[in-house]
Design a protein around this ligand. Structure first.
Ligand code: FAD
Length: 389
């Protein structure tokens, strides 16, 4: 494992750092800033800022230039992830498209899909949603029942999706649909790319305990999609979905450490302010989480090395997901312990805690989405360790 970056990669770091320094308003980096902006307004601000960043050449760092990417190395992508966190850059508004759809399109999409999807996605002209989960199909995704019936050159889609991130902001949705009449379980499914701005698609927000409506429900009533807007072969969408999910589970690991470590430092600062850093139990918990974080860092380096050598993570992606999500949740459990009886306060001695509370609540979700921890443990046991089923 080589932990150093090349001179060209370090030059890229300097260039990116300068651009971020000049283009992120100071106010945006203040703790609690994004929590103080209404959801829709914040989304629009982040969408525009990210578009400008893409136009300046800081998007799709590792993707081929012919599709609008920068043609960089995995090392540059790791630097990009790190610098974005260090600069307090706004979160992406297109996470499903960037992290999951685009790599899948590049791996198995047609040439015209690559051209039509990737550039507009990078410039945020199209916000992508993921339509996998349904009320009766979560971990057991193969139980999905949304149907597409062939009508000439189109499929006519009926059904319901749920927990759809950014549903109300979405322009298009990559959706698992049962397209083979009478098919069951993993067979006869297609991944259709559906336009959400049509009368047959209704996206409704779901209110979370944090007060935000980051995800929603999507109802399809005779929605139409050209059969050519299918990613991967028609009726073979399960295989397409598994490929996409391996990006979802594996890709995240490389970019988490810097962000989590900064959050850890913020939690330690709160502990000091409250004098909780003198409590031996809290100190022990903080030390354990720090150890977990350092393990995550070295695992992230391992993943990066694998990617640089062109190796597919395969089922190891489940271990990566398990490690970062459990570490993140442990981190925020320590925050709850640090606050103790003060758990509901929004400020303590001038420290604005709203962003930290938001992260603590968000941490409850990370061991669910992208495949729950229980499911990842089963995959790791059976497929990585070869234990009996
Ligand atoms: C913040 C967030 C964002 C999301 N965004 C999206 C999105 O954009 N698009 C989308 O399609 N979906 C999205 N989801 C949905 C997510 O993929 C599902 O929540 C997840 O797959 C789990 O499904 P479920 O909620 O139906 O829970 P269930 O599958 O009902 O699971 C309930 C519990 O049972 C356990 N369990 C289930 N099966 C097994 C098993 N075989 N062995 C052991 N334990 C098991 C689970 O681990 C879990 O603890 C999102 C979810 C969250 C929380």
């Amino acid at each position: 494992m080589d932990l150093s970056f090349t001179p060209a990669e370090e030059e890229f770091r300097r260039e990116l750092r300068a651009w971020l320094g000049a283009h992120i308003p100071q106010e945006w980096t203040r703790p609690g800033f994004w929590e103080s902006v209404p959801d829709d307004e914040g989304f629009a601000m982040r969408r525009e800022w990210e578009r400008e960043k893409a136009l300046a050449g800081f998007a799709g760092i590792q993707w081929p230039t012919e599709y609008g990417g920068r043609g960089g190395t995995p090392g540059m992508k790791a630097i990009y992830d790190e610098e974005m966190v260090l600069a307090h850059a706004p979160r992406t508004v297109n996470p499903l498209g960037l992290t999951f759809l685009a790599p899948t399109v590049m791996a198995i999409g047609t040439e015209s899909q690559k051209k039509e999807i990737i550039g507009p996605l990078l410039r945020n002209e199209v916000i992508w949603c993921q339509g996998f989960s349904e009320p009766g199909a979560g971990s057991d995704l193969a139980a999905l029942s949304t149907r597409g019936v062939r009508d000439g050159d189109d499929f006519v889609v009926n059904g319901q999706k749920v927990w759809t991130t950014y549903a109300v902001h979405g322009d298009k949705i990559f959706t698992l649909v049962r397209t083979q009449p009478g098919s069951e379980r993993h067979r006869g499914i297609s991944m259709l790319l559906i336009d959400m701005h049509q009368p047959g698609v209704d996206a409704r927000p779901l209110k979370q305990m944090s007060g935000a409506s980051e995800f929603g429900e999507v109802f399809f009533t005779d929605a139409r999609v050209p059969a050519s807007d299918c990613l991967g072969p028609i009726d073979d969408g399960w295989r397409t979905a598994m490929r996409l999910l391996s990006f979802e589970r594996g890709a995240s690991g490389t970019s988490q450490y810097t962000e989590f470590r900064r959050q850890y430092d913020e939690i330690v600062e709160v502990a000091r302010t409250l004098g909780r850093d003198r409590d031996p139990v809290v100190r022990d918990r903080l030390a354990r989480v720090l150890t977990e974080l350092e393990c995550l860092r070295y695992h992230a380096m391992h993943v990066l090395t694998q990617t640089e050598q062109g190796r597919d993570l395969g089922f190891e992606a489940s271990m990566t997901k398990l490690q970062w999500s459990e570490t993140f949740q442990d981190l925020w459990e320590v925050f709850d312990e640090v606050l103790g009886d003060d758990a509901t306060l929004e400020t303590i001695d001038g420290i604005d805690l709203r962003a930290l509370h938001g992260q603590a609540m968000w941490s409850r979700s990370v061991t669910i989405w992208g495949g729950s921890s229980q499911v990842q443990r089963t995959i790791t046991a059976e497929r990585v360790l070869g234990l009996p089923r």
